[in-house]
Design a protein around this ligand. Structure first.
Ligand SMILES: [Zn+2]
Length: 188
């Protein structure tokens, strides 16, 4: 089974017999983050530094809880479908990201994908399901039907051969059969 992680759609899974499942609610996450941010901005004006720190911790816990739920649902879906291997994309630069700043947006996203991957790996292992990481090159561009490369327009992927699907589904479809990178686990 391939699993594609993202922001708008936190996770999409496609099994080898083409069953598709979407997980999480990207819009809700975005809305929640915005609320936390504007709340902290107001606290900043009043110089309430402890309250700001508490709010940051609260946001972290909230996101972590979401990741636990999404990873649990993914592993349950895998179990229901008798999946023995879950494939995820190997994240680029996770070493740099953990070592350096988590402040910029891109690093933050990498970091949150990393955490979700770790949760999936951990829960899958307990169920005897293996997690493998694949090379992410072209997983979002290659047509699963004819192998031609196309760039998805917005959320929709279309190919000249007539194939069309939600872009995240295409990602997950390709992740299933993408080359596995060395080492089964990614560690920071
Ligand atoms: Zn095609």
């Amino acid at each position: 089974m391939g699993v594609d992680l993202g922001l708008k759609v936190p996770a999409v899974a496609v099994t080898d017999d083409e069953k598709v499942r979407f997980f999480g609610n990207g819009r809700e996450n975005k809305y929640k983050k915005r609320n936390f941010r504007s709340f902290r901005k107001a606290l900043g004006k009043k110089k309430k530094l402890n309250a700001i720190r508490n709010s940051k911790n609260k946001e972290q816990r909230w996101m972590e809880d979401k990741d636990h739920k999404v990873s649990r649902a993914i592993v349950n879906f895998a179990k229901e479908n008798k999946i023995s291997v879950i494939r995820l994309e190997r994240l680029a630069n996770i070493r740099q990201t953990t070592r350096t700043s988590r402040k910029n947006e891109k690093n933050l996203h990498t970091w949150s994908f990393y955490r979700l991957s770790q949760f999936i790996e951990y829960k899958a292992e307990l169920e005897g399901i293996k997690v493998e990481y694949v090379n992410p090159a072209y997983t979002s561009q290659t047509c699963p039907k004819c192998s031609q490369r196309n760039k998805a327009q917005d959320r929709k992927y279309t190919c000249k051969c007539g194939f069309e699907k939600h872009r995240d589904i295409v990602g997950a479809m390709n992740i299933r059969y993408a080359p596995v990178v060395d080492g089964n686990s990614q560690s920071a």
